[in-house]
Design a protein around this ligand. Structure first.
Ligand code: PLP
Length: 424
């Protein structure tokens, strides 16, 4: 068969973009060669509906071992008793987790999307807001932080079946213990979605949700630095609270409901090549080297936030505990969309993002979200953060000046072109 030059040329073009630019999208990272190799392996050819040892297809002996290794490594990494590595994405992990514990019309209490939450936590444009009855908590206008007393009040008033603790654009740690007290006080289940800080949580650098939350979902491709994908975990299995019984009349455990919700509930065949890549990434994340990487991600984010504050930028909540920050650009007189577009021309990739109490639409926004997971993988350190912020500042201040954008792009290329993709 003829090689598909059209597609492979485009892949090379994308590789070039990734090498030459500054990747500051908080949800992205660069995987190691071995993660990439597993993701691009012959395992993509294999159908394996079911779970290790209980498949609906023959020839699953090898993928059974691989999937079990992925599960065991994830259990060790997070201290979990139950892990399902099959969700194709973070959204599908949440879809399945909700399906296991909610009925259509049930009430969910999640972090408001416009304050930093995720689409799958009840947004009206998403399945979670269409199928369930969503109510929200948000951050305080003055502090940019969660106020747990207010969350308690909302929970008491709304009596949700499930509370979701997790976000896509919140730079502060979460108090999962307090969230559990709130959930217990209203008889709700607590689900943590740690998609963003998973890598930092795995290494003990942020609060651990596993001892406090009934269910924990995550993506595997952000700070955890694995292939694109999702995962569901539980610190301890428990009897499902709805008394659902097996055909033999026994009470079903949550693990069995979650497994059933992933397959056959929401997915067919698992992506065994991606599961192998997850196993490789979990193996990497178990090392001390990854601990040093995760610490550097956090140090870089702090250094970057300080550099922004020094230059008069309004960071929501004033700083960061994790790998990211949300910047309100209203005092700089440009929208998130204008900033994103100008920065892309300067080969600096960020995403526009709503800020809490935003007066602009999600397509325009007043802010940008910036993260350090990917640039840390490329070996950048605290001292480089000041340089990056200075480059971003030049673009923001002069965002319509094409000469400035070109000049910054040249400087970004000089800084990044000779650097391997995977240093740390
Ligand atoms: N949950 C949170 C908190 C996220 O930030 C994201 C992605 O950004 C997801 C879930 C969904 O992940 P995916 O894009 O893999 O569906």
């Amino acid at each position: 068969m003829q090689r598909d030059e059209q597609i492979f040329d485009l892949i090379l073009e994308e590789q070039d973009r990734q090498i030459h630019g500054l990747e500051l999208i908080a949800s992205e990272n660069f995987v190691s060669d071995q993660v990439l190799e597993a993701a691009g392996s012959v395992l993509t050819n294999k159908y394996a509906e079911g779970y290790p040892g209980k498949r609906y297809y023959g020839g699953c002996e090898v993928v059974d071992v691989i999937e079990q290794i992925a599960i065991d490594r994830a259990k060790e990494l997070f201290g979990a008793e139950y892990v399902n590595v099959q969700p194709h994405s973070g959204s599908q992990a949440n879809t399945a987790a909700f399906a296991a514990i909610l009925k259509p019309g049930d009430k969910i209490l999640g972090f408001d999307l416009s304050h930093g939450g995720h689409l799958t936590h009840g947004s009206p444009v998403n399945f979670s807001g269409k199928l369930y009855n969503p109510v929200f908590y948000g951050v305080e206008k003055e502090t940019g932080r969660l106020n747990y007393d207010k969350i308690q009040e909302i929970a008491e008033r709304e009596k949700p079946q499930v509370i979701i603790a997790g976000a896509s654009a919140y730079s502060r740690d979460m108090d999962f213990k307090r969230f559990r007290e709130i959930a217990d006080s209203v008889g709700a289940l607590l689900l943590a979605d740690i998609a963003h800080p998973a890598g930092l949580i795995a290494k003990g650098l942020m609060n651990d949700p596993i001892p406090h939350c009934h269910i924990v979902t995550t993506t595997t491709h952000k700070t955890l630095r694995g292939p694109r994908g999702g995962m569901i975990m539980m610190g301890k299995d428990f009897e499902n609270p709805f008394g659902i019984k097996t055909p033999k009349g026994e009470i079903r455990m949550m693990s069995s409901l979650l497994d059933g919700a992933v397959f056959p509930g929401n997915q067919g065949g698992p992506l065994e090549h991606i599961i192998a890549a997850k196993a490789v990434a979990f193996g990497e994340a178990l090392t001390d080297e990854f601990f040093r990487y995760a610490m550097q991600v956090q140090k870089n984010a702090k250094a970057m936030a300080e550099a922004f504050v020094k230059r008069g930028y309004d960071i929501i909540s004033g700083g960061t505990d994790n790998h990211m920050m949300l910047i309100d650009l209203r005092n700089k007189n440009l929208s998130g969309k204008e900033a994103e577009n100008a920065l892309v021309k300067a080969e600096i990739t960020v995403n526009k993002n709503m800020v809490p109490f935003d007066d602009k639409s999600p397509f325009v926004t007043s802010g940008i979200r910036v993260g350090t997971a990917a640039i840390t993988t490329r070996g950048l350190l605290e001292a480089d953060m000041e340089t990056i912020v200075a480059l971003i500042d030049r673009v923001i201040v002069d965002h319509t000046n094409e000469d400035v954008l070109e000049q910054v792009a040249d400087e970004v290329n000089d800084m990044m072109s000779e650097r391997p993709i995977f240093v740390f």
